[in-house]
Ligand binder design. Sequence first.
Ligand code: HEM
Ligand code: HEM
Length: 197
Amino acid sequence: MPRHDITAPGPAASPKRDTREKLARASVVLHWLVAIAMIGMLAFGLYLSQMERGDAKSALVQVHKSFGSLVLFLVMARIWWRVRQGALAPIGNHPRWEQITAKASHHFLLFATIAMPLTGFIRSIGRGRSIDIFGFPFIPQLLAERNDTISAIGSTAHEVIAYATLAVLAIHVTAAFKHHVIDRDGTLRRMLGARVA
Ligand code: HEM
Ligand code: HEM
């Protein structure tokens, strides 16, 4: 009778590194955690930008700053992991323009996940404020008083990159469903953790 190697991964097990057929569990978990965090933070920021100034808004801005700072730690882990793994191998034979657009949008989304928290910091620093994470000191007040130039650079960049991210995300999500429904390839299923042919 043949002996089975019980330490060998079965068909359902996740590889330690991304392969074309199946992604490492860390790649899947980090993609979806950061996706939920970014979509939540974008919606939160847009909600804040519609609010009238006042105590209620100030309290929510503190919550936004705290969650936004925490997201940066998650994003650093995600980018470290992605750089170690390299880019995902595409599935199927898609035209070159599609592959280039996919690559460019993935790079932009990774950039945005870092740029949003950092421009938020620049905005707050420029206004002469400190940054706490739910009451715990994180970045102290670095400027004695408000600096309009630094504050304007931070807030303009925070806003412009937020809207650009929403536009790229619309393409990203449409592309994911196009792969699933029209091309019927495994691109979306692989990002959900499935093994694909
Ligand atoms: C409902 C929302 C989302 C869906 C359905 C989705 C779907 C996918 C799919 C199917 C892939 C695999 C692409 C491939 O194999 O070439 C992917 C990759 C990727 N997605 Fe998303 N995504 C969503 C939200 C987001 C968000 C909010 C971000 C970041 C702001 C993001 C950033 C990325 C990046 C950077 C990649 C490249 C691979 C990686 O680094 O993990 N996605 N996404
Ligand atoms: C993942 C991270 C983040 C995302 C996706 C995000 C997103 C947004 C969006 C969409 C807006 C509304 C557009 C605008 O007026 O700029 C906003 C506003 C704002 N964000 Fe963020 N943000 C993030 C992190 C941070 C961080 C780390 C800080 C500060 C430490 C911060 C501070 C602010 C402030 C002060 C506002 C303005 C609220 C107002 O007065 O209208 N954000 N954010």
